[in-house]
Design a protein around this ligand. Structure first.
Ligand code: ADP
Length: 479
């Protein structure tokens, strides 16, 4: 089976969040199921630099206003198709924002172009390779399904995966004539969304199948609380909606071989974690005592509940805990954490920025990872935590609820607990959970048992890849 995946970021070429991890890992996991996935992505400057060798496989004189080419390349086991369109992608800044973190004003055109290129590949643009199925990720690729639906490719199955419903790609109606679609695409059955053009909305309306990245989030987004205005549409499509939990790349995230940590370790040699803990203490200028170290590796945003952390930070320190934070994001939240760190030198350490190697050391050296997200489609950092003996303390929502087994009395005595969940998702809820955490931490045997049970959890892509493979097969059976 041949599958075209369309994504705006793909690890290890470029990453701003979990989408990249999924887009980079799924093709490798599917290969074991006899499926060949090629991935179309934008040719941002870092992507062009990182691809050693590539071959031009298609050209466009005018792709929504810019000349463009498609380059084929192999990268760390991935079969990549790069949309090389300098007018859209060769510019400083991140994938979506300029150097001042402002969205590029032409994002609609950039990602419509990516999607249109995906639809053209489905039409047979590439010599000798045409996908049986097209799988688009998030709003940046959602238009692939729309272009396919309205340009005569509705017979090819499409899947759209929602990694985060908060990002919808909504633009003014004035862009519609620029998209090169027939007028009926601007309707309730297509792109029209409260008078605007909704890229994700159009994808959710037109794709054959919708998936999101955990069963709980799949259920949550049918409700007004989590549906971000799209719950009506998602409800109407409930029969085509599936929740498939993400896996992680267990070769990249392997505590026995991880090159980014101070000392490798395994479930049977948890004592060796102490060397990583020591390295972390030094990196974050923390006091070298026995109190638990809680880490946070996250975008620093309201979604991630970082304001809750800021509110509870003083209390955590009073209880004898320490905090090590790696992340960047909202300036107000960064400021609140930096202020807490200056109040509590030696107890709270912060590194503002994005640092992949350091994120590994944090999982290897911290005692627990705090994830108080207000909503969390899947979440990856709790999965890394499970694998690294860094006990996840999570809000009971979305994928966090699906992947961490709370250490309540029953789960502890059945020896299945892997972490701590809390609700309500606010400072009181978190404090309540942390009381249980401090108690468990004071009993090293209990703590080690939770660590060990977590390390036994299956966080690989194995099961999830099988679910995607089943979904693709069931869609093909309908053709
Ligand atoms: P989201 O995609 O919503 O940001 P996820 O938990 O799904 O959240 O994925 C976040 C990914 O980004 C994880 O792989 C996490 O380790 C990584 N990450 C987040 N912030 C940082 C950072 N400051 N430095 C390094 N890695 C980070």
């Amino acid at each position: 089976m041949k599958i075209l995946s369309v994504a705006s970021e793909v690890f290890p070429l470029i990453k701003t969040g979990g989408l990249a991890d999924v887009a980079g890992a799924l093709p490798l996991a599917l290969a074991g199921h006899g499926m060949h996935m090629r991935t179309l992505m934008p040719g941002y400057p870092v992507v062009m630099q990182r691809l050693a060798k590539s071959e031009v496989v298609a050209t466009f004189d005018d792709l929504l206003g810019e000349p463009a080419r498609i380059l084929a390349a192999k990268h760390e086991g991935l079969d990549i198709l790069v949309l090389d369109a300098p007018g859209f992608f060769d510019r400083p800044g991140g994938p979506y924002t300029d150097a001042t973190a402002k969205d590029f004003p032409d994002n609609w055109r950039r990602f419509a172009a990516l999607s249109l290129a995906g639809a053209e590949i489905a039409r047979g643009l590439l010599f000798g390779w045409r996908p049986d199925i097209v799988h688009a990720h998030d709003w940046q690729a959602a238009m692939t399904a729309v272009y396919m639906r309205y340009t005569g490719l509705q017979h090819i199955p499409t899947v759209i995966t929602v990694h985060n419903l908060a990002f919808q790609g909504q633009f003014g109606p004035e862009i519609f004539p620029e998209l090169g679609l027939p007028p009926d695409a601007f309707s309730v059955d297509g792109l029209e969304y409260y008078g605007d053009v909704g890229f994700l909305k159009g994808g959710l309306r037109t794709a054959w199948s919708i998936t999101t990245v955990s069963p709980t989030y799949a259920q949550e987004i049918t409700t007004p609380e989590y549906g971000m205005g799209l719950e009506g549409l998602i409800n109407a499509r409930a029969a085509d909606l599936d929740g498939i939990v993400n896996g992680i790349d267990t070769a990249v995230w392997n505590p026995e071989t991880d090159p980014h940590i101070a000392r490798p370790f395994a479930a049977g040699s948890l004592k060796k974690r102490a060397v990583n803990r020591q390295a972390l203490v030094e990196r974050f200028n923390l006091d070298d005592d026995d109190g638990p170290i809680f880490c946070i590796v996250s975008r620093l945003t309201w979604q991630k509940g970082i304001d809750i952390i800021a509110e509870v930070a003083d209390w955590i320190v009073q209880q004898g805990g320490k905090l090590a934070v790696l992340g960047s994001g909202d300036q107000g939240l960064e400021g609140a954490l930096l202020a807490a760190a200056s109040r509590h030198r030696g107890r709270i350490g912060i590194v503002i920025g994005y640092n992949e190697p350091l994120s590994h050391l944090m999982q290897a050296g911290s005692d627990a990872i705090l994830i108080p997200s207000r909503f969390e489609p899947c979440g990856l950092t709790q999965l890394y935590g499970l694998r690294y003996g860094c006990i996840p303390i999570v809000a009971r929502t979305g994928g966090l609820a699906d992947t961490v087994i709370d250490a309540n009395e029953a789960a502890l005595s059945a020896r299945v607990a892997t972490g701590f969940q809390f609700t309500p998702i606010n400072a009181d809820g978190l404090r309540q959970a942390l009381r249980r955490v401090f108690k468990a931490y004071a009993e090293p045997k209990v703590w080690a048992r939770i660590q060990n049970q977590g390390m036994k959890s299956d966080v690989s892509w194995e099961n999830s890849a099988a679910r995607y493979a089943e979904l693709y097969s069931s869609l093909l059976a309908k053709v």
